[in-house]
Design a protein around this ligand. Structure first.
Ligand code: 9MR
Ligand code: ZN
Length: 827
């Protein structure tokens, strides 16, 4: 069977069903559907409501009010009581509703309930589309009295299937703009919505078969360890597996299926097949004697990740704000170009630029800093991986595109700093999230919210990084970043604690926090690394006893401080701080490693929250850093497993990178994709989240095991949104996977004696100054204080010997003659 077709069919089916979003049912509707399929007859109807009699409260029922309506619900003597204070102006001024009811086209449904009111009045009862045109699938106008009446309607669902329908009782003003009715109570009881006949329902596309053989769907580098997961009972999976070359159809490898591990979080039994020995480039799939449906095809080769890697970086270009994005398929016009007003003031400032954060168009400093850091870390891992030909406007300017892209964000961040105080505004967005439109359609006032110390410290750290990363590319820009970082640091010193929380009237992303210690720890490390000024190292050490030393999340960023310290110039490192960073990082790595080695899919986390794919990629980054400083454990292999998970080797059997892998999300919660009705490729979605934090997840994943709480549905912002800071750790992880991380230099601070010297710096104090000239003169007159190891650096004119000509050369250099270089001229 060609599973891809099933997916596509599902897309078409559901695309027609929403006006606001295109949603795709996936595995976990299958659960819902299967229940329905098995038992929909008049004798054995399938009840869609979970609370029908209000014997234990009003769970699942809620109210909506508008146009001045107001009401409260409670349970009274086993009935639902809706106490209406005011009806408002509109018939939906007061609504009582029950959400997320799967209504299948051609299904026959029975809708029944008992209802009364302590005043005579009209209400409407219906099941309707929740959004778009709000079309009703069944409707009934009712005249209520204090005498309970039983309503019982059988109807056929004529409209396209809608899995998110809403049952509604309109209890607002029966007459638009009519008089208020006075306080009264409506009673409801024995409400049922049953599917009584589904013989005419076509479930095709709603039942997606669960894959039995799971691999990384994109593929593997030749030397990577490769493990497939098989799921089912021993009889269902078989004893041997075969790796088949998809072109020649020849079996290139036969291996034994081992394991049989109870995987509680995915509610399945897992088996393994190791095929690491297959290294030859090509396309393959896996089968067993019993599982007839082969795995999805995957590749082995040196270049398997190249396209996904580039797309993951290019995605950031598509997220650019404040400019036209020139992409023929996924571009947009200039957006958010107006000035923004500073919250609760009349002051307006220019904060144009940067990237849209996610599926929404807010721009927030805290996650921006994470994104910048990840991308710069990725670049530092291996600059060779980053080309100048991604197709962004700066391509071809001889600067790696990733640095151009990051600079686009940095330039915006600079605008978010208050120039007088050095403090950094937390975010800029409109008051509310916009509809599912392209960014240029969001025209509400842009609001800059107050300064926070988390944003300021994150900003400080990223600007310090920017100084280092750009100083050889554009000194002027780099210096500007350092000045901004220093001024942010000054603000932090004066303001111990300004933790942000969204003002009540602003509903966009919060990025709040409980503590800013980890942000300060990170900023201190980066500032020391950028400037070599030990006051920052002291600040870094002052947090050594705190909990701020871990995390690569947006809210906990301590591990960035560790990475900064551990990977900086050896000469700057000092034993004490090095040990603090090293033990904190290895502690985090040890936890990740242990989890990765004990969970069936090799994933380094055991509980799944919002953005779990980021946490998994972050774990990969931690493991890769650990591999650089300690080669005693299998960190690298565990890091690779995190990538395998993200690219398909997971209980959902999905590659989480849009457009890459056989099955990947096609309906992400991403406004441009939703507005264009086509999915932007190269975006990492949030992934599994067992907390069910959006209506689609609540409606469709209720019975899903924790590790399978993911739904490829545009309404599922808590599992299927995308963000810049979910892509960025993927880029860093991939950069590590594509680079041989074996420690190339002895890790740790340099020992006295093994220090790489600087021409002219004869007293080894990291400065070239008059004292050094004196030392050279003394040496030349036979009064030398210079040791063997330093002598080499006295040959400042690079003539091969130390003589009087060096003295003249040195003098000229110190007189600020810019044509003079100390030591050999770089090629
Ligand atoms: O990634 C954030 C996640 O960790 C939080 O649990 C969630 C709820 O506060 O918010 C996520 O961030 C969203 C942000 O608030 C607005 N833009 C989209 C982000 C991703 O969903
Ligand atoms: Zn914009």
């Amino acid at each position: 069977m060609n599973k891809f077709c099933v997916k596509v069919a599902a897309l078409c089916l559901s695309a027609a069903m929403f006006t606001s979003a295109f949603a795709v049912p996936s595995l976990w509707n299958a659960g819902t559907v299967a229940d329905v399929v098995s038992a929909a007859t008049e004798e054995e109807p399938v009840e869609l409501l979970k609370n029908t009699d209000f014997e234990s409260g009003t769970k699942k029922w809620a109210t909506y009010t508008a146009s001045g309506g107001s009401a409260k619900i409670s349970a009274e003597d086993g009935k639902l009581a809706l106490k209406v204070a005011t009806v408002g102006k509109l018939n939906y001024g007061v609504q009582l509703y029950y959400d997320i009811l799967p209504m299948y086209q051609n299904g026959v449904y029975r809708f029944r309930f008992d209802i009364s009111s302590d005043i005579d009045r009209k209400v409407e009862a219906m099941v309707q589309q929740n959004g778009g045109k709000y079309q009703s699938y069944v409707w009934k106008g009712l005249e209520l009295t204090s005498e309970p009446q039983t309503v019982d309607i059988t109807f056929t669902m004529k409209a396209e299937t809608d899995q998110f329908a809403r049952m509604v009782f309109n209890c607002g003003n029966p007459e638009e703009g009519g008089p208020e009715l006075g306080e009264h109570t409506i009673y409801l009881d024995n409400v049922h919505l049953e599917l009584i006949d589904d013989s005419k329902v076509d479930y095709t596309g709603f039942i997606v078969e669960e894959e039995k053989i799971i691999t990384n769907q994109i593929g593997y580098l030749p030397d990577m360890a490769k493990t497939a997961v098989f799921r089912g009972s021993a009889e269902e999976v078989g004893k041997e597996f075969y790796v088949v070359n998809s072109e020649t159809k020849k079996t290139v490898y036969t291996g034994e299926i081992t394991g049989g591990v109870e995987n509680a979080s995915a509610d399945e039994v897992d088996w393994y097949g190791d095929f690491s020995e297959v290294k030859e480039a090509g396309k393959y799939y896996i089968t067993t004697d019993v599982i007839t449906d082969p795995s999805y095809e995957f590749s082995i080769g040196e270049d398997v990740y190249d396209k996904a890697f580039d797309a993951s970086v290019y995605m950031l270009y598509l997220q650019r704000c404040g400019c036209e994005v020139a992409d023929k398929d996924y571009g947009h016009d200039v957006c958010h170009a107006s000035e923004a007003v500073i919250y609760k003031t009349d002051e307006k400032i220019d904060v144009t630029g940067g990237w849209h954060d996610a599926g929404d168009y807010g721009r927030y400093i805290v996650p921006a800093a994470k994104t910048v850091a990840d991308l710069l870390i990725a670049y530092e891992k291996n600059p060779e991986l980053f080309g100048d030909d991604l197709g962004i406007p700066e391509s071809g300017n001889k600067i790696p595109d990733v640095l151009d892209e990051v600079r686009y964000e940095l330039e915006w961040m600079l605008k978010m700093q208050n120039k007088e105080t050095g403090g950094v505004y937390h975010k800029v967005s409109c008051e509310n999230f916009p509809g599912y439109v392209l960014p240029e359609k969001e025209k509400d006032t842009l609001i800059v919210t107050p300064v926070s110390t988390t944003a300021t410290a994150d900003f400080c750290a990223s600007m310090a990084m920017a100084y280092e990363w750009y100083k050889d590319i554009d000194k002027e820009f780099a210096d500007k970043c350092l000045v901004a970082a220093e001024s942010a640091w000054g603000f932090l010193e004066k303001n111990p604690d300004l933790i942000f929380a969204n003002p009540k009237d602003i509903k966009t992303g919060d990025y709040g926090d409980k503590s800013d210690v980890d942000e300060r720890y990170w900023a201190a490390a980066q500032m020391y690394r950028a400037t070599g000024d030990t006051k920052y190292e002291e600040a870094f050490l002052s947090y050594a006893g705190t909990k701020g030393k871990s995390g690569l999340d947006w809210s906990t960023v301590g591990a960035y401080g560790n990475i900064a310290y551990l990977t900086m110039d050896k000469e700057l490192q000092h034993e004490e701080a090095y040990e603090v960073a090293k033990s904190a990082l290895l502690k985090e790595a040890a936890t990740a490693l242990k989890t990765a080695e004990t969970t069936p899919y090799g994933v380094a986390i055991s509980s799944y929250a919002w953005g779990s794919n980021m946490t998994i990629a972050n774990c990969g980054m931690i493991l890769q850093t650990a591999a650089m400083i300690d080669d005693s454990a299998d960190y690298k292999k565990a890091a690779n497993e995190q990538l395998n998970y993200l690219f398909g080797k997971n209980p959902c059997g999905t590659s989480f990178l849009t457009g890459y892998g056989t099955v990947s999300p096609v309906a992400p919660h991403h406004r441009p994709s939703m507005a264009l009705e086509k999915c932007v490729p190269g975006m990492l979605v949030g992934g599994v989240n067992s907390n069910l934090e959006d209506p689609a997840a609540l409606g469709l994943l209720e019975d899903a095991p924790p590790a399978k709480c993911f739904i490829d549905n545009a309404e599922s912002y808590s599992t299927n949104e995308i963000t810049i800071y979910w892509n960025s750790p993927l880029v860093a992880l991939l950069a590590g996977v594509l680079t041989d991380d074996a420690p190339s230099v002895e890790p740790g601070p340099s020992e006295p004696g093994d220090k790489e010297g600087t021409y002219g710096d004869l007293d080894n104090n990291d400065k070239v100054e008059l004292t050094d000239l004196t030392l050279l003169s003394l040496h030349l007159i036979g009064d030398s204080l210079l040791g063997e190891d330093v002598l080499k650096y006295a040959d400042v004119n690079a003539s091969g010997k130390v003589d009087i000509a060096d003295l003249a050369h040195f003098k000229q250099y110190l007189s600020k003659d810019e044509t003079v270089v100390l030591g050999p001229v770089a090629e």
